[in-house]
Every structure is written in structure tokens, then in C-alpha cells.
Ligand binder design. Structure first.
Ligand SMILES: [Zn+2]
Length: 120
């Protein structure tokens, strides 16, 4: 499952970040998903919860924002900005658009609680 491998790499990024900033607990993870990506936000949060179990991100809230992406429309023959999940061209309403930015998922912010005692 696509979302499962995505959430596994997401947890790795979060765990890395937690180590670097001495976070004892990650409470929220904010990610951006491109409008044309095939990532299902519902499946992703489900997989995230399962993958986070037993890690520093256990119980963290995953906030997924669908963001606009640059795409090429074959019908219009130009570059367009696609903002909706349906992935139709804002110019002609067609579906012959192809994302030029392939980033499926980007981590925007990781919110956590810093360890207070200073012990490593
Ligand atoms: Zn078009």
C-alpha cells in the first residue's frame, strides 16, 4: 500500500527531527499533499496512527493540507495551477493535466514537547 510506505518514511523524518531537537514527545505533524498526488488523506492518517505506535510520534495528530500544484495541461498546451483534489484543469475543465511537481508529500511542521530535564 502506497500510504503505508509513505507513513513509514514520514515517521522516520519525525523521529530524526525529534532526536535532533531533543523532543520527548511529538504532538502534531503537519504535512502538505499535492492536489494531483494519488495520496488518500484518509488512508494516510490511518497508516500514520498505526505506524506511529511505539515511536516518539505515538498519539500525534496528523494534519493533512491539500496544496495547489503546478501542472501541465495537454489540452490548453500550457502550465496551470491545480488546486482541487479532482485534478481538473482550471482553464478547460479537462483532466489531461500532468503534475510537474512530483512531491507527493511534504512535511511542513513538526510540533513536539522538548525534554525538560536535559538528560540525553
Ligand atoms: Zn486545460
Amino acid at each position: 500500500m502506497h500510504e503505508l510506505s509513505l507513513s513509514q518514511s514520514l515517521i522516520e523524518i519525525v523521529a530524526d527531527h525529534a532526536r535532533r531537537y531533543a523532543l520527548e514527545r511529538v504532538t502534531e505533524v503537519l504535512v502538505d499533499v499535492g492536489a494531483l498526488s494519488c495520496v488518500s488523506p484518509h488512508a494516510l492518517s490511518f497508516c500514520f496512527d498505526a505506524t506511529a505506535r511505539g515511536t516518539v510520534a505515538e498519539g500525534a495528530t496528523l494534519t493533512i493540507s491539500v496544496v495547489e500544484v503546478e501542472a501541465w495541461c495537454w489540452t490548453c498546451g500550457k502550465s496551470v495551477t491545480v488546486t482541487d483534489r479532482a485534478g481538473s484543469c482550471p482553464g478547460c475543465g479537462g483532466y489531461t493535466v500532468r503534475a510537474t511537481d512530483h512531491g507527493d508529500l511534504k512535511v511542513r511542521e513538526i510540533v513536539g514537547k522538548v525534554r525538560q530535564d536535559g538528560a540525553a
